[in-house]
Design a protein around this ligand. Structure first.
Ligand SMILES: NC(=O)c1ccc[n+]([C@@H]2O[C@H](COP(=O)([O-])OP(=O)(O)OC[C@H]3O[C@@H](n4cnc5c(N)ncnc54)[C@H](OP(=O)(O)O)[C@@H]3O)[C@@H](O)[C@H]2O)c1
Length: 264
């Protein structure tokens, strides 16, 4: 299916690896120009090189990259200094650390809310009116399945991302919806990325189990009996950014191999 977005320009955050990279690659394959962001300059430059290799066709899309912390005003300013207008924005940053809520002070909460709630809101604020004025826009926020099924040790994530989810439900239905702009959240369950491996390694250490054993027992809790891949995640993101998905807005799209046990 031709997604109808060749020649559009996307900002993809947290895109040197993992789910963000998967989204960037899927968009580049559709002929979308991308600006990718992550803090680590070396890995980001490598990712940009890989995306350049994927970009092809008569109107080969451009791949720009900027090493910046997207959760800071300076980081966001660096992005917009390089490219002002975007047709597509994929918001993403690292998730907050796991732990016990008794140990989290105000600073820990502010950091989580800054990264996983206020940063996407700032990026929406900076881009949505331009999209509406041009008559096309797609915003996809990478959140988490924990929004639907909270994970006890990820309280910082459950809380901050729920705040974003509530905000998006409102803003997606404002008059920008009639101007061709959709805003959706894409909720990963368990995807095979460094983040997942890090979380599993933490769980293995805590329980004294072998990492492979922890990974295998997690897979058994997923009806698909496997972890998802960044490429699968990217393909869903690209579809949400497509012309065909123009009537889908304000939604929380779960990709979790069937792990969430509810009917709705
Ligand atoms: N993988 C899963 O199964 C899963 C499940 C539920 C939710 N999630 C959430 O989905 C998001 C992506 O996860 P992932 O698995 O793809 O993680 P990952 O493999 O660790 O990749 C994270 C990417 O984001 C970048 N990044 C992190 N903090 C950033 C910041 N402040 N500014 C700019 N870039 C930043 C990282 O590069 P630098 O470190 O160099 O900046 C890296 O490119 C996270 O919020 C995670 O909590 C993932």
């Amino acid at each position: 299916m031709d997604l109808g977005i060749a020649g559009k320009t996307a900002l993809v955050c947290g895109a040197s690896k993992g789910l963000g990279y998967g989204c960037a690659e899927a968009l580049v394959r559709e002929g979308v120009n991308v600006l990718i962001v992550a803090r680590g300059a070396e890995a980001l430059a490598e990712a940009a090189k890989k995306l350049e290799a994927v970009a092809s066709g008569p109107s080969k899309p451009f791949v720009k990259h900027v090493a910046a912390d997207i959760t800071t005003p300076e980081g966001r300013a660096a992005v917009f200094a390089l490219q002002k207008d975007f047709d597509i924005v994929v918001t993403n940053a690292g998730g907050p650390p796991p732990g016990d809520f008794r140990d989290w002070d105000r600073e820990a909460w502010i950091k989580a809310v800054d990264a996983n709630m206020l940063t996407p809101i700032e990026l929406i604020k900076a881009t949505v009116d331009g999209m509406a004025a041009r008559g096309f826009g797609r915003i996809v926020n990478i959140t988490s399945s924990s929004v639907k099924a909270p994970i006890d040790i990820l309280g910082l994530s459950n809380g901050a991302r729920s705040g974003l989810t509530g905000f998006v439900a409102g803003v997606a239905r404002t008059p920008v919806a009639a101007k061709g702009v959709t805003i959706n959240n894409l909720l990963p369950g368990s995807f095979d990325t460094d983040r997942l491996k890090g979380t599993m390694a933490g769980a293995a250490k805590k329980s004294g189990q072998d990492l492979d054993a922890v990974m295998e027992s997690r897979k058994k809790t997923i009806p698909a009996r496997r972890f998802g891949t960044p490429a699968e995640f990217g393909a869903i993101c690209a579809f949400l950014c497509s012309v065909q998905a123009g009537y889908v807005t304000g939604q929380n799209v779960l990709a979790d191999g069937g792990a969430y046990p509810g009917t709705y």
